[in-house]
Design a protein around this ligand. Structure first.
Ligand SMILES: Cc1ncc(COP(=O)(O)O)c(C=O)c1O
Length: 459
């Protein structure tokens, strides 16, 4: 091992080597992308130079500007090509512009984009969602954030209870009330990065560690929690898998306390055709799926059991019509319905998942071999077609452990070093997705590039 290696603060990697790799990658990025640099200069009237400020979270010195995204490949405006394993942070889980979705959009566009009325595809979409995900009652929203907000409101209305519960380290979109974390003192508080929030969100949102059923039991005990919202696998910190028996206990405890269970499958749709819920036979009261559900077109869905739907219906019937706080004008548009139908019928197919999972097997074993050969204290975590390098030697238990496995500067260096080698992974931790459009050759290039970067970091 290199004498400079300081495992405690660099995840087993030398600071000096990481700094050298970073400056070399930056110079290469800027030196070979004149148009990209010019585009950054021309974006003066976009706040922070980008159409959405998260786009500055990438490791690049100036934003990568995309010329085209097709299948699992991106091209930038300077003509560089990339194997895309980020896939729009899951929005393009089924590849960029799946042909069946593109065709459906082309068919629908001249027949109306937004009507605020059901289209001829509507009933078929409901039926497809029921058959695929098991819940009998569905609504369409435009983003997963919206769908979570609506489902939580429905859960509160159905139960008449004020509170919700989230797991520490979770993320469910721009849903104010879910932005609660455990502080270093173990007490709940507004997430430190949240801006413009004057309320103490912890007054209505409880937060406990994932995989901790004792803490969950204690938090539900007083019967004021309407709903637990959770991903079945935590994917918004370094990946945290459920411990054996956790989901069974979660369901049993929530039922015993009259608390509804909302499973957010937005990222874990990568697991299998019916998401993690279908694969592991979970039994949520509500479910949300966004991002890739309509093949990358802005749409999300939220579903309910018959019993939850009936309780929600009664709650609605008990107040005057109008302004329910659920729904938006563009929700359930003909464009969304056309895309949802095409994606469910023709894109997210059993064959697609077989391909995705086969490639993810290849990714998992290849990346694990690179880590092993370098002797790094990292491991590979996996949720179907979603693969992640985690900077800890063993599987993580909860959000606090995931936090400790997060090395922002090192991660940014690795991301940029991969990017200049033609490989794009997610800007948040080391997440990689295999799509139906991804090829074995692309996975092999990812593994080779990772090997080269790791060798540069460890010597
Ligand atoms: C689990 C989960 N739910 C919901 C969302 C929100 O999705 P969107 O930003 O598309 O609203 C995200 C976004 O990352 C997510 O990871």
């Amino acid at each position: 091992m290199d004498a400079m290696i300081q495992p405690a603060d660099t995840a087993g990697v030398s600071h000096a080597r990481a700094a050298a790799l970073r400056s070399e990658a930056e110079a290469l990025y800027l030196g070979t992308r004149p148009r990209t640099r010019a585009a950054a200069g021309a974006a003066a009237h976009l706040f922070d130079g980008v159409p959405m400020h998260w786009m500055t979270d990438w490791s690049t010195p100036v934003p990568l500007v995309v010329e085209a995204a097709t299948g699992a490949r991106l091209t930038d405006i300077d003509g560089h090509g990339y194997d895309d394993f980020c896939l729009g942070d899951t929005a393009a889980l089924f590849g960029h512009g799946p042909p069946a979705v593109v065709e459906a959009l082309v068919r629908q566009a001249p027949r109306g984009l937004a009507t605020m009325l059901p289209s001829a595809d509507a009933a078929a979409v409901g039926e497809l969602l029921f058959r695929r995900f098991g819940l009998p009652q569905w609504q369409i929203a435009t983003t997963a954030s919206d769908a979570n907000r609506f489902a939580l409101r429905a859960a509160r209305a159905a139960t008449g209870r004020p509170r919700i519960l989230v797991f520490d380290g979770s993320y469910h979109g721009a849903v104010g009330e879910t932005f609660v974390e455990l502080g270093a003192d173990g007490r709940p508080r507004n997430k430190s990065g949240l801006v413009g929030e004057p309320r103490d969100l912890a007054s209505l949102t409880r937060v406990v560690p994932f995989n901790d059923t004792d803490a969950l039991e204690a938090a539900l005990f007083d019967g004021t929690v309407a709903c637990v919202i959770t991903e079945p696998v935590m994917t918004n910190c370094a990946m945290v898998l459920p411990q054996p028996g956790f989901h069974r206990a979660l369901r049993e405890i929530t039922r015993r306390h009259g608390t509804l269970l909302l499973i957010d499958e937005t990222h874990t749709l990568s697991t299998a055709l019916g998401g993690y819920t279908g694969e592991h036979r979970l039994a949520p009261d509500l479910m949300v799926i966004g991002k890739a559900i309509a093949g990358g077109v802005p749409a999300a869905v939220w579903g309910m059991t018959e019993e939850t739907a009936q309780r929600f219906r009664l709650a609605r019937a008990s107040v005057p019509e109008g302004h329910s706080g659920i729904g938006t004008t563009l929700s359930g548009s003909p464009l969304q319905l056309a895309a949802l139908r095409a994606a469910l019928e023709q894109v997210a197919t059993p064959e697609a998942y077989i391909h995705m999972n086969g490639l993810a097997d290849r990714m998992e074993s290849g990346l694990a071999a690179v880590i092993r050969a370098a002797g790094l204290p990292w491991h590979v975590a996996r949720c179907g077609a979603r693969v992640e390098v985690v900077r800890a030697p063993a599987p993580l238990l909860n959000g606090a452990e995931a936090n400790r496995a997060h090395y922002p500067a090192l991660e940014a260096t690795i991301h940029l070093a991969l990017l200049v080698r033609g490989v794009l992974i997610s800007p948040f931790h080391d997440m990689m997705l295999a799509s139906p459009a991804t090829g074995e050759d692309q996975v092999d290039r990812l593994i080779a590039a990772t090997r080269e970067v790791v060798q540069r970091l460890t010597g």
